[in-house]
Write a protein that binds this ligand. Sequence first.
Ligand code: PLP
Length: 389
Amino acid sequence: MFADIHHLVSKKIVDIPKSAIHEMTRLSKTVDDVAFLSWAKPTSGTPEHIKQAAEQAIREDKTGGYSETAGLPVLREEIAKKMKQKNSINADPQEIIVTVGAIEGLSSAVMAVVDPGDEVLIPVPGYSTHIRQVVLASGKPVLVPTLEEEGFRLDFNRLEDSITPKTKAILYSSPNNPTGAVYSEEELRALAEIAQKNDLVVITDEAYEYFVFDGGRHLSIASIDGMQDRTISCFTFTKTYAMTGWRVGYLHASQEWIPQITKTHIPLSICAPVVSQYAALAALTGSQECVDDFRRHYQKTRDLMCRRLDRMPEIFSYQKPKGAYLMFPRIELKGEQDSMTFAKKLLMDVHVSTTPGVAFKGEGHVRMSFCVPETTIDTAFDRMEEYFS
Ligand SMILES: Cc1ncc(COP(=O)(O)O)c(C=O)c1O
């Protein structure tokens, strides 16, 4: 028998609900031959030249110690170059901290900004980890619904109405997990205006920055005039270079912020894994062809998933994703709006794994990932079509 430790655990932690994503992953392992549409992780392997650079760094004995807390200077220089070119942010290497994926960057940023009781606006449906990061910092996540019929666009009336004297920050991902929405320049300028008017910090999660389709563009809000000093921008190598397990990302903030964020970064990680920092260096300095290949593949699989969804209008309706590699169809089937029950049914009855929308504060939906081979999408939809026919 296990001892009852419930009363010993932090109330804040006890009150965090069990992750629906992890529950589905656990269940998926009990079923054979699953067509997985539930993971937001790239299914392609890390490109060869990145792995080789890591091997070489190990052989040259460069990876046994800590790096500078902020990361290898040479890596921060390359990141600064990338940020100027890709993000139009005039970044100095001193304004960059290499982090353990985007997740540690986001946690460090949130902890550096939030005092107990501070409110953080989070557009939803949104990435549940953001909500938990605010809770862990003893802040209060304030969930602001987006406009689904307009492609999950930001709802500025609701955002402004949600601001109170306790509002400290806005935290969002664009391209968005789970909806695939990409906030336009017009939206981000409006958001910047709200942040400036109300003296708010903006914390961004730009994990999917390279995956924008149909010739669209990803814009970093920190590149908008007057925003650099109030924005903490978080990025990662995870999605761009299929480096999920390497755990390396980075954040950018102005020089006034960096010493403060360093105080949260050190207790969380000391530094990012050094071997992964060498791999990240190779990713930035090597050929970028792999990134274009991934983007082309995701646009193809997005289009395939849309075509397959178009054949099932009584079951799902959807907003076409402009970016990321995720979509968030609404369940149209009568009486099936409990997304956990629906997702479990799909898993158990037809071996198709999706993620229930409730995990993203988007009940009545399921999230489907298209970062998978086309055959996986076809298998999943063949099974669902037959099941619902
Ligand atoms: C929006 C978003 N941010 C961050 C992450 C995780 O990034 P990392 O692996 O760099 O910590 C994910 C992973 O799914 C994500 O969807």
